[in-house]
Design a protein around this ligand. Structure first.
Ligand SMILES: Cc1cc2nc3c(=O)[nH]c(=O)nc-3n(C[C@H](O)[C@H](O)[C@H](O)COP(=O)(O)OP(=O)(O)OC[C@H]3O[C@@H](n4cnc5c(N)ncnc54)[C@H](O)[C@@H]3O)c2cc1C
Length: 403
């Protein structure tokens, strides 16, 4: 039994000589992998190249989760995580640990007739997949329940049990609860092979011999896979988040409020809001350790005349602009898109190397379901034949999900 103070990481400066499992990448997905590895009785080492865990993509995220997906596989993947988030402190045995869970719902608003039809079709399909608590609200119903919604909204689909959490708190909670050995400032720089099989991970501090490796390097996963001679398709793409603290006009009890047509959306945060939009034309780029933000992203959201204006759905944003605009901070990170925008989960073509990456913008909400599945595939508790996210599935291009 390890005698460790509660709520602390098991950090080491040394390179452990052996492990059952080495996890490359200490973002939320690597940390979740460590969490489920510990529950499966595996001795895991979590390798992170930066000086601290969960400091690349994970903290840039909005931390939101929803079951409103367009396919049953991702609904199931996220549902599993939400069940864990609800009971995280108990399941992780971290009494009092707070991941900042807020279930204030996701409200997708439409301002077009076409959007209204699509919403009905979408919700109908979700019901056939067992997701039966998404409501379709008329414009007047939306405004009655959510007074911040303006007159242009014709209809909305709403699920009150969706919400958000603090992504870094969850990531660190996974890592702490795992009891895994955590090595920061420790990039994986190569792999040891025995024949085809990966049997160790090289770091500047030494080589860790291991039975299995999980690749969870977020936008860098394609590069790290290439070090093992494995080719995977990932398209890191810039995504930005506007942080607007302390803005009294923002109703703090509002749901995630999304305009389907412009993809502009916001949610309450920091006594103000996080605001975003997804640029469908953003080109793929190399993975970056520092993603440069572009201020035009902020102006497009805040200018009431812009086609991306938040004010189209929530008119109080026009009042905010009229009074000179809010103080804001812009953050940028990368979605790592796969061709079908679903993650790669499970064994790769290189024996001993397992993928847990390609979350395509959903790595907070899907971190638990995805990582549990990857670990269960390693231990033989999950059947590879029924894994819809297996990395060797036929990859068909899929239209961009709006968030
Ligand atoms: C603006 C924005 C908003 C988002 N909003 C949401 C949201 O609301 N909900 C949601 O579910 N998702 C959201 N996402 C997506 C989510 O943030 C990611 O899917 C998630 O953080 C991916 O986690 P990760 O651990 O795979 O990657 P990361 O957090 O990037 O972690 C990967 C880690 O691997 C490390 N690494 C790389 N190479 C090596 C190496 N050779 N050796 C060791 N370590 C290495 C990196 O330093 C990094 O720390 C958003 C993303 C962005 C950019």
């Amino acid at each position: 039994m390890i005698d460790r103070p509660r709520h602390t990481l098991r950090l080491t400066d040394a390179s452990p000589p052996t492990a059952d499992l080495v996890i490359v990448g200490g973002g939320i997905v690597g940390a979740a992998t460590a969490f489920f590895a510990a529950r499966a009785g595996l001795d895991a080492v979590l390798l992170e190249k930066r000086p601290a865990l969960a400091t690349l993509t994970t903290p840039v995220s909005t931390g939101a989760f929803r079951l409103q997906f367009d396919n049953p596989e991702e609904i199931a993947l996220v549902r599993e995580g939400v069940e864990l988030f609800e009971r995280f402190a108990d399941v992780a045995d971290l009494p009092g640990y707070d991941i900042g869970l807020q279930r204030q719902g996701y409200l997708f608003c439409t301002t077009s007739e076409l959007g209204m039809r699509r919403q009905h079709e979408w919700v109908q399909a979700q019901r056939t997949w067992g997701l039966d608590d998404v409501e379709v609200l008329s414009g007047d119903e939306v405004r009655y329940r959510f007074p911040h919604i303006g007159p242009r909204v014709l209809q909305a689909r709403y699920r009150g049990a969706d919400g958000w959490l603090k992504p870094r708190a969850l990531a660190l909670g996974y890592a702490i609860a795992s009891g895994a050995t955590v090595c920061v400032d420790s990039p994986a720089i190569g792999f040891e092979r025995q024949g085809d099989r990966v049997v160790g991970v090289r770091t500047p501090r030494g080589t860790i011999a291991c039975r299995e490796v999980v690749l969870a390097a977020g936008p860098f996963s394609e590069q790290v896979a290439a070090m093992a001679g494995l080719k995977i398709s990932l398209r890191p793409t810039r995504r930005q988040k506007l942080v607007i603290p302390d803005l009294p006009q923002v109703p703090q009890d509002a749901p995630m409020t999304i305009h389907e047509e412009s993809v502009a959306h916001w949610r309450p945060a920091l006594r103000g809001a996080y605001a975003l939009w997804t640029d469908p034309d953003a080109p793929p780029m190399d993975p970056l350790d520092a993603v440069p933000p572009d201020p035009s992203f902020a102006f497009e959201l805040l200018d009431p005349a812009s086609p991306r204006a938040l004010a189209q759905v929530s008119p109080f944003w026009a009042d905010v602009a009229a009074s000179g605009g809010p103080d804001w901070i812009l953050q940028a990170g990368q979605y790592e898109y796969t061709p079908d925008h679903k993650p790669y989960l499970g064994p790769s073509a290189v024996p001993g190397l397992h993928l847990n990456c390609g979350y395509s913008g959903h790595g907070i909400m899907a971190s638990a379901g995805g990582s549990r599945l990857v670990v269960d595939l390693i231990t033989g508790r999950a059947d590879p034949a029924t894994n819809p996210f297996r990395p060797d599935r036929p990859l068909t291009e899929r239209p961009l999900d709006i968030l």
